[in-house]
Design a protein around this ligand. Structure first.
Ligand code: NAP
Length: 538
């Protein structure tokens, strides 16, 4: 072990959160460094290199708002930009402000122990290095702990196989090959649509279908980009006012005030509109009221039937176990049309479950599928997974993953009692998990930064959330969640994951705040304006 490196603040993760966080700290002359487990920056956009990976937030609402220069200089090429461009953007921002020199790569933190006498965190890295810091700020991602399935025989497969998060950097040859994709979430839907016409045969192993609607992507011309630049202040102001951090705003005419024909005409418009218009621009009633939700679900089901030639396949692609908009909505480009191709086959694994992976393919209860490539698009140990993968030991020797065994418990999604000086950006129970990520991330980074400035000014070396404040926030998180029909879904919002022991029981883990961006921002602002009264500081 080398001597510990000491910083006032250590930031974990060089993704969207960490890049902005280190910028703020450096500007304030706070001694700080970013530790990044990967060998380069970019987080989500460094890792998810699978074909088809792209934003489903409008690019110009996803980019950072903090720098006028960046806004003026960067030209988004597409309304929903693809992974290579997104990674270039994050590199552009980091290089513009010389942030790389404050980042250490291949620095995976395995263990963090709170040292009460010295009021600091002691961090141990996988390679053996140690660091100490008064404060640790996490930007470790909401969807950064991938979960491959747990089928027997996965190591035996002789072809190429990988989880989408680990899609290789080198191009994977697909032409003429037999490819199997397991999983039909937002990732699977993007991959399937993108590779359908590039592979020999594509077999999709679907457990539960997802509702999915068109992305309606398009290029952004120089003239349009100039207009967007003129409008940036308005764009970010609109996002700050909307519950989900988009420019789309809910339609408040009242679902029941319109006739069924009027509603259908409105949905026709939304279906042809870009991005999350059909979700975030819809009637709020569809998320709350069973009848309204059934009507929109029936509408979307009809759209699927219109697009898929084989009626049997179409019925298999229509979800029956949850209503439209009650799980995270994947957006698609020609996904349903992929099933009209002769080389694309849909296998319903609820009828014939996967039994094992063999050396040559996938064995279900009734058929063996010979494959050259297996793609696991099976999702993530969402929101808390990246925390659980480290040993984080707080006061009294308790581990965070034990405290959070049945679900996270936090104050505003930023602090957790028993873990002083640990500040989470886009943490569990923050609004980040339920909105356009960067919009909430910027708010989270600013709040954390202001708290650190408050600590520096007041010579405060220890900050801890009060248990009663944490309990009150937990109740608010539950209440916001329980209002929604989504409370019964089995998506990652509720923490369900069949590939993680203990997360497959059906018991809801309240891990995201669904009260909406404006309310969350107001709560953060009030907490700061009140002098952080819910925090013990000394
Ligand atoms: P996901 O939504 O959790 O979907 C995982 C899929 O794999 C589901 O269809 C699931 O089936 C299936 N699955 C999991 N384990 C399985 C098993 N053992 N056997 C068979 N099937 C299995 O994960 P994701 O698609 O990676 O998406 C996660 C989130 O990432 C998205 O919701 C979104 O927030 C984000 N994302 C964003 C973008 C974007 O911005 N454009 C793109 C991709 C992803 P069940 O439903 O039956 O569990």
């Amino acid at each position: 072990m080398t001597d510990p490196h000491h910083y006032e603040v250590i930031v974990l993760g060089a993704g969207v959160s960490g890049i902005y966080q280190i910028k703020r700290l450096i500007d304030l002359d706070i001694s700080a460094v970013v530790l990044e487990a990967d060998d380069d920056l970019g987080g989500t956009w460094y890792r998810n290199r699978y074909p088809g990976a792209r934003f489903d937030s409008e690019s110009y609402t996803y980019g950072y708002s903090f720098s006028r220069e960046v806004l003026d200089e960067w030209h988004w090429q597409e309304r929903f930009s693809a992974q290579p461009e997104n990674l270039r953007y994050l590199n552009f921002v980091a290089d513009k402000f010389n942030l790389r020199e404050h980042m250490r790569f291949d620095a995976r933190v395995k263990e963090m122990v709170w040292d009460e006498p010295d009021r600091q965190w002691r961090l141990k890295l996988a390679g053996g290095d140690t660091y100490t810091a008064r404060f640790v700020v996490t930007g470790i991602g909401v969807l950064s702990a991938p979960t491959p399935p747990r089928y027997p025989g996965m190591d035996e497969f002789q072809g190429e196989s990988f989880h989408t998060y680990w899609w290789p950097k080198e191009p994977v040859p697909l032409a003429g090959r037999r490819v199997g994709v397991i999983g039909t979430g937002a990732t699977g839907i993007q991959v399937i649509a993108e590779i359908a016409d590039k592979v020999g045969e594509l077999t999709v192993f679907q457990r539960r279908p997802n509702w999915s609607t068109p992305l309606n992507n398009s290029p952004i011309s120089s003239a349009e980009m100039a207009e967007i630049r003129e409008r940036y202040d308005e764009i970010f102001a609109n996002c700050a006012l909307s519950p989900n951090g988009f420019e789309h705003v809910p339609d408040r005419r009242g679902f029941h005030n319109l006739s069924a024909d009027e509603r259908r005409a409105f949905w026709d418009e939304l279906y042809a509109s870009p991005g999350f218009a059909i979700l975030a621009g819809n009637f709020p009633e569809i998320f709350l009221d069973e009848a309204a939700n059934k009507e929109i679900s029936d509408y979307i089901a009809d759209r699927i039937r219109q697009r898929v030639d084989n009626p049997e396949t179409a019925e298999k692609l229509i979800p029956r176990d949850h209503g439209f908009g009650t799980q995270r909505l994947p957006l698609e480009s020609h996904y349903f049309e992929a099933y009209n191709r002769d080389n694309v086959h849909l296998v319903d694994i609820t009828e014939a479950p996967i039994e094992q992976i063999t050396s040559t393919g996938i064995q279900t209860a009734d058929t063996h599928y010979d494959l050259d490539v297996i793609v696991y698009a099976t999702g993530f140990d969402a929101i808390t997974g990246a925390f659980d993968r480290m040993k984080i030991q707080g006061t009294g020797g308790d581990a965070l993953r034990d405290k959070w065994r049945d679900g996270p418990s936090t104050y505003l999604g930023i602090l957790s009692h028993g873990f002083p000086n640990l500040l989470m950006v886009a943490g569990p129970q923050s609004v980040s998990g339920s909105t356009n990520f960067p919009r909430a991330i910027e708010g989270g980074v600013d709040w954390v930064t202001n708290l650190l400035v408050h600590a520096r000014t007041g010579q405060i070396s220890r900050i801890e959330a009060r248990p009663e404040a944490e309990q009150a926030w937990g109740e608010e998180v539950v209440e916001a969640h329980e209002r929604l029909l989504a409370r019964r879904s089995r998506g990652w919002f509720t923490g369900y994951n069949s590939n993680v022991a203990g997360h497959d029981t059906g018991k809801v883990r309240y891990q995201a705040y669904f009260g909406g961006g404006p309310k969350y921002a107001a709560t953060l602002a009030a907490a700061a304006a009140g002098g952080y009264a819910e925090l013990d500081m000394s």
